[in-house]
Design a protein around this ligand. Structure first.
Ligand code: FES
Length: 233
């Protein structure tokens, strides 16, 4: 396989492509492939040029931390959950998420995801929901629990924001990860729901065009169509 990687030495330096050869088994993940290329003391490109180790980020290597989010063959995906055997052809192109500032090679700064949540005070806080007509707590409905459980799996990996046609870093639309947490807060803390209503409308509701491409790339399968419709209601 030929592995083409978009590299960038420093945050504002010029990006450039480098190609590497790989002739091993295809039942490994892209994360393992990056490790493989980085393993030797001498990292050599397809053209035989010595180069530096490829910068990328990982932690769990099993799809639960979100650190390894990159773009593989133009599709935003987790490197540790994408296997070479599932990719078409013998050429693989890897680049960093481009909706976030690049720190080095495939490493990006996704702190804006957390900063936006802090700025709008979107935290669960204490459990506080009113009773419904049957005297049950609103979120005691089993159906709600299922969606809450899925929403709570959000990795804050940024893949949904990478694919979103409306999300531009630094603009007033905070993306699906923000809406996801608004849903969690709204379904668990009624008083806080009143407080974040304005933020949700301002930073998500007004600009989401419901392309729902976020659902196609979410590595944990959060049903955004359900969470967004509940929030809008
Ligand atoms: S390293 Fe944690 S999700 Fe890939």
């Amino acid at each position: 396989m030929t592995v083409k990687i978009l590299r960038q030495q420093f945050p504002n330096s010029e990006p450039y492509f480098e190609e590497f050869d790989y002739d091993g088994a295809k039942d490994i993940s892209v994360a393992a492939l990056l490790d493989y290329i980085n393993y030797n003391d001498d990292i050599v490109t397809t053209e035989g040029k010595k180069t530096t180790r490829i910068g990328w980020e990982c932690s769990c290597l099993q799809g639960v931390c979100g650190a390894c989010a990159i773009v593989i063959n133009n599709v935003p995906a987790l490197a540790c959950e994408t296997f070479l055997k599932d990719l078409k052809g013998d050429k693989i192109t890897i680049r960093p998420l481009r909706k976030f500032p690049v720190v080095h090679d495939l490493l990006v700064d996704r702190s804006s995801i957390q900063e936006n949540l802090k700025k709008t005070n979107v935290f669960i806080g204490e459990y506080n929901v009113p009773n419904d007509k049957e005297g049950k707590k609103h979120s005691q409905h089993v159906k709600e629990h299922e969606i809450q459980y899925l929403a709570a799996k959000c990795l804050k990996c940024g893949l949904c924001m990478e694919v979103c046609p409306n999300y531009i870093n630094g603009m007033n639309f905070f993306g699906a990860a923000f809406a996801n947490d608004c849903y969690l807060v709204a379904s668990r803390n009624y008083e806080k729901t009143q407080e974040i209503k304005k933020s949700y409308s301002e930073y998500f509701g007004k600009s989401c065009s419901k392309s729902l491409s976020c659902m196609n790339v979410c590595p944990v399968g959060i049903p955004m169509i359900s969470t967004i419709s509940k929030l809008n209601r």
